[in-house]
Design a protein around this ligand. Structure first.
Ligand code: GRF
Length: 221
């Protein structure tokens, strides 16, 4: 009997290139999961077209229609829960989330952040890493907790920073890595191998280090 598919909802705000990588990985059988819906807070986001092209239901819910962050998050939660997902995937969802919302999805919400967390939480990570003279930068998949970009790390990919690097060239290099590591981490979760245990993530019942698992280009297991 084939493995049952995990149901997930993906939240986006923009281009949705990570969403596309996840769609591709579910369609070609690499990730045993199904995207029940894509929810977006921006009507103009290109990621909505990617979802529609793949036949995935889309929902737009604009934060501008709500008086407070709490009201928006409550409405967002209701939209998500309508699809009863086992996993919520933040893929470029550019919103700070309320503690109540985050707690509701504790242990079943993942995010991807373009830095080697715990370094460079927040925005403009590429520029900040270059200005600090870092020799490497990267991207992290992590469980979401109440601390912004602070939940347990799952998987990281590293890229070297060259002497001629700009924020744009670095972002492009990192995006390639993002598209490898997000499907890989989601696959682990769908297989029941990845869990959040307190302040750490575990893979195959082994606690991961603070940095999380380290990705090597091309690895898929
Ligand atoms: C990515 O850089 C991701 O790390 C960050 O937002 C960006 C989303 O890009 N959280 P895309 O919409 O998936 O193309």
């Amino acid at each position: 009997m084939s493995q049952p598919e995990l149901s997930m909802v993906v939240l986006i705000s923009g281009s949705g290139s990570n969403l596309q990588a996840i769609i591709d990985a579910t369609q070609n059988g690499i990730v045993p999961a199904k995207i029940s819906a894509v929810i977006c807070n921006k009507e103009s986001a290109y990621g909505l077209k990617r979802a529609a092209d793949a036949g995935i239901p889309t929902v737009v819910i604009s934060h501008k229609d709500f008086d407070s962050r709490e009201d928006f998050d409550q409405a967002l939660q209701a939209k998500i829960d309508h699809f009863s997902p086992e996993l919520v995937v933040l893929a470029g969802f550019m919103r700070i989330l309320t503690p109540e919302f985050v707690r509701h999805y504790s242990g079943r919400m993942l995010n991807i952040h373009p830095s080697l967390l715990p370094k460079y939480r927040g925005l403009n990570t590429h520029q900040r890493a270059i200005e600090d003279g870092e020799s490497e930068h990267g991207v992290t998949v992590h469980f979401v907790t109440e601390e912004l970009d602070g939940g347990p790390n799952v998987l990281q990919a590293r890229v070297p920073i060259s002497s001629s690097e700009t924020a744009d060239t670095l972002a492009a290099k990192i995006l390639i890595q993002e598209h490898q590591i997000y499907p890989r981490a989601i696959k682990w979760f769908a297989q029941g191998r990845l869990k959040m245990e307190g302040s750490q993530a575990s893979l195959d019942q082994t606690l991961l280090s603070e940095s999380g698992e380290q990705h090597i280009d091309g690895a898929s297991e």
